[in-house]
Ligand binder design. Structure first.
Ligand SMILES: *Cc1c(COP(=O)(O)O)cnc(C)c1O
Length: 397
């Protein structure tokens, strides 16, 4: 029998896009080159050194001294799941803030583990207010409180200081989803009193998707060690995964070696730039983008004080065709932006300015491209969007 006609499979040669959606973001060539380095064994002494370095770089970027700071094998959601499966036992009361897709996902995750959930709802497109958290926790003693720092589905950055205080008073562990903030917007695990946190590699870290940075402090580790039941996931059981990443270096599952090379390089790039400079760049580019969009006559979904610099949500202007606009941006400019999700589908666009994608060039290109695409549809837009953005850049120079 003849084999398959292998010549029908072309060489893999994907087009070059500009990734300005909710993630993945553009990956710097240095990170791609790091991934192409020869694969080592997962217990090779050279790889063990690379692991330790990656952990320390992660601690520096997450601003923590937590010993248990590791990249979980899997995308951001595996970090979310790892937090819940390790910290929740059936019947535990778990409070979760829901004001977007990822809060909803956390409720699903915790619910599957038999948690008794206290759901704290807030409007999609707004942060949760401390008073709402206080009211929801009144007279209750949840074991865990989970909130999304950067809601990628709405573009909201959740202020945390007041909430952490309320959560500490309740006795709960404070768990943070910092998938779309880490590496783009300030995240200080230790100074903020965060007990458990997870992130993902393909947002502001600008590494391909595939790993989920996770960090547990001593209180979270103590909760894990005090479990009366086994962690219900074998793969994500941090008592065992921690033995591989900790001093025992005991095989659990084969580490995704080349992904860890990539993460190490992306973290090196972040710390070379400096965290403060990197956050300022994200903030400036977001402000320039918004100045451009508002000059063109468009409106943002989120009030100024709750906006997330790494993910900007703009309302679709009257008369514009959502799908046709995104298609034209992709086809004519190679530019990817995100659609609205859930109740916000068809109502807004999500413009990511994450990590390597957060650049002056991309802001100017997007505004110019959007003006052209919308004008071609007959949508009335004011001119001068790119010039307004350029004025923001000029002021910062
Ligand atoms: C992207 C994202 C996730 C999930 O990460 P995946 O890599 O898609 O699994 C979780 N939370 C937030 C806030 C995200 O933006």
């Amino acid at each position: 029998m003849p084999g398959p006609d292998i010549s029908s499979y072309r060489d893999l040669d994907p087009v070059t896009r500009i990734l300005m959606g909710p993630g993945p973001s553009d990956v710097p060539p240095r990170v791609l080159r790091a991934m192409a380095a020869p694969t080592l064994g997962h217990l090779d002494p050279d790889f063990l050194t690379i692991m330790s370095e990656t952990q320390q770089l992660l601690r520096d970027v997450m601003q923590t001294e937590n010993a248990l700071t590791i990249p979980v094998s899997g995308t951001g959601s595996s970090g979310m799941e790892a937090c819940f499966v390790n910290l929740v036992e059936p019947g535990d009361q778990v409070a979760v803030v829901v004001n977007g897709v990822f809060g909803t996902r956390m409720v699903d995750c915790a619910g599957r583990l038999g948690a008794d959930i206290i759901q704290i709802d807030a409007d999609w497109g707004r942060a949760v207010q401390p008073e709402a958290v206080e009211a929801a926790l009144k007279g209750k003693q949840p074991k865990l409180f989970a909130v999304v720092h950067a809601e990628t589905s709405t573009g909201v950055r959740q202020p945390l200081a007041d909430i952490v205080k309320i959560v500490k008073d309740s006795g709960a562990l404070m768990m943070l989803d910092c998938v779309t903030s880490l590496g783009g917007v300030e995240v200080k695990l230790d100074a903020w009193g965060i007990d458990a946190a997870f992130s993902g590699t393909q947002k502001c870290l600008s590494c391909p998707p595939g790993l989920a940075p996770l960090s547990f402090n001593e209180k979270a580790v103590a909760k894990l060690n005090a479990r009366s039941s086994k962690v219900p996931s074998w793969y994500l059981d941090l008592t065992m995964v921690g033995d591989y990443w900790g001093s025992a270096r005991k095989y659990h599952h084969t580490a995704p070696i080349n992904m860890i090379y990539a993460l190490r390089e992306s973290l090196r790039i972040i710390l070379e730039e400096g965290l403060e400079g990197r956050f300022a760049r994200h903030q400036r580019n977001s402000e320039a983008l918004i100045a451009g969009l508002e000059t063109m006559g468009m409106k943002m979904l989120v009030p100024a004080e709750e906006r997330l610099a790494s993910l900007n949500t703009v309302l679709i202007p009257e008369g514009a065709d959502d799908v046709a606009t995104r298609k034209a941006l992709l086809k004519q400019y190679g530019l990817e932006i995100g659609a609205g999700l859930g109740p916000l589908a068809g109502k807004m666009w999500r413009v990511g300015l994450q990590g390597h994608s957060s650049s002056e060039r991309n802001v100017l290109l997007f505004l110019t491209a959007l003006e052209s695409v919308l004008s071609a549809q007959g949508v009335k837009v004011q001119p001068g969007g790119a010039a307004a953005a350029e004025a923001v850049f000029a002021k910062a120079r």
